[in-house]
Design a protein around this ligand. Sequence first.
Ligand SMILES: *[C@@H]1O[C@H](CO)[C@@H](O)[C@H](O)[C@H]1NC(C)=O
Ligand SMILES: *[C@@H]1O[C@H](CO)[C@@H](O)[C@H](O)[C@H]1NC(C)=O
Ligand SMILES: *[C@@H]1O[C@H](CO)[C@@H](O)[C@H](O)[C@H]1NC(C)=O
Ligand SMILES: *[C@@H]1O[C@H](CO)[C@@H](O)[C@H](O)[C@H]1NC(C)=O
Length: 390
Amino acid sequence: MKAVQFLSGFALLALASLLASAYDPSPLQDICVAINDPKDGVFVNGKFCKDPKLAKAEDFFLSGLDKPGNTANRLGFSVTNANVEQIPGLNTLGISAVRIDYAPYGQNPPHTHPRATEILVVLEGTLYVGFVTSNQLNNTLIAKVLNKGDVFVFPIGMIHFQFNIGKTNAVAFASFALFALASSLASAYDPSPLQDICVAINDPKDGVFVNGKFCKDPKLAKAEDFFLSGLDKPGNTENRLGFNVTNANVEQIPGLNTLGTSAVRIDYAPYGQNPPHTHPRATEILVVLEGTLYVGFVTSNQLNNTLIAKVLNKGDVFVFPIGLIHFQVNIGNKSAVAFAGFSSQFPGVITIADTVFGANPPINPDFLGKAFQLDPKIVKDLQDKFINGN
Ligand SMILES: *[C@@H]1O[C@H](CO)[C@@H](O)[C@H](O)[C@H]1NC(C)=O
Ligand SMILES: *[C@@H]1O[C@H](CO)[C@@H](O)[C@H](O)[C@H]1NC(C)=O
Ligand SMILES: *[C@@H]1O[C@H](CO)[C@@H](O)[C@H](O)[C@H]1NC(C)=O
Ligand SMILES: *[C@@H]1O[C@H](CO)[C@@H](O)[C@H](O)[C@H]1NC(C)=O
């Protein structure tokens, strides 16, 4: 029998500091699809970028993450990559993902990612996972047994591992958040961590220093600070739009503080939708676990508001670049499920309809009528729906 784990998303866009020059650059345009031959390129930001006029949905797409990798090797594990080598549209966006398969008693041996924090979600099986802090924190092992639906964080640069301690196969998804190069324009991005870990606490009097949220004394950090369970449980989609987001960000996992990544589970009722919205601080990489989704994003005015959209099935991956308006619609007659990784510990959500028509206090309906080419009476009607829920 096989166990599956999803490793969902390592994505980090870090704040630029002059010291952070080894990290991925912040994007300087909406999209920058990588190409190998510079003679076809238009400009450089990371890899050479394809002419954005030629960008297509396939540049942001990968299929096959529903297929187990071959674990018949000495260590009994296999990593299926979804990074810029497979998805050229990831170029400059600071995030990627993997699927990891583990044979019974297989392991992903001690290793480190020099440029990314990893957030891992177990899909199937039982893993013993951990990381070891650096010399300054006395090489402390922070480890835990994970079961289906559990989430764990491996901070950037720390040596870590996963051992399948079960008699069955295991599967995980992980996403990797890369630190963005600091440029003085990138100040809205998450800061680069200035220490191994910085577990958030609410009361500053118990804190030791600030970088994002206040940090707990690292001597008191424990595996639970990097852990969350329950991502195997569907959210309740009985609402107007028929979708539900279960968050795994710094509010639920305080150990994510300063690490520039987070994850979500998204459930969709039949014909449910995650309506047009944007994440002000993060690129998103989404993996479909079940169902059929029509997804897309729209480029900014400079790129003529081009819709880049595609139908996704189980195992398909799609990228939504930072700040661009995007959506997912379940076009199937059964429930759908996806996991997504983000390049921020707290990506933020701006739902377009709620923000425009549900602003508090309301935006003048005459102004909105002109902007949206609508009769102000219709605007008032929309405002009534979004403000009062009628
Ligand atoms: C590391 O060990 C030193 C010496 O025993 C001790 O003073 C210090 O508090 C320890 N630090 C942590 C983070 O455990
Ligand atoms: C999402 O699901 C959770 C768990 O079932 C539920 O508590 C929450 O109210 C749901 N959220 C929405 C917006 O329906
Ligand atoms: C946007 O439209 C303008 C005017 O039609 C055109 O010159 C330009 O090439 C278009 N840009 C893209 C990225 O499609
Ligand atoms: C759902 O769609 C499939 C494929 O189109 C169809 O065979 C099936 O009858 C549909 N089920 C329901 C409950 O509508």
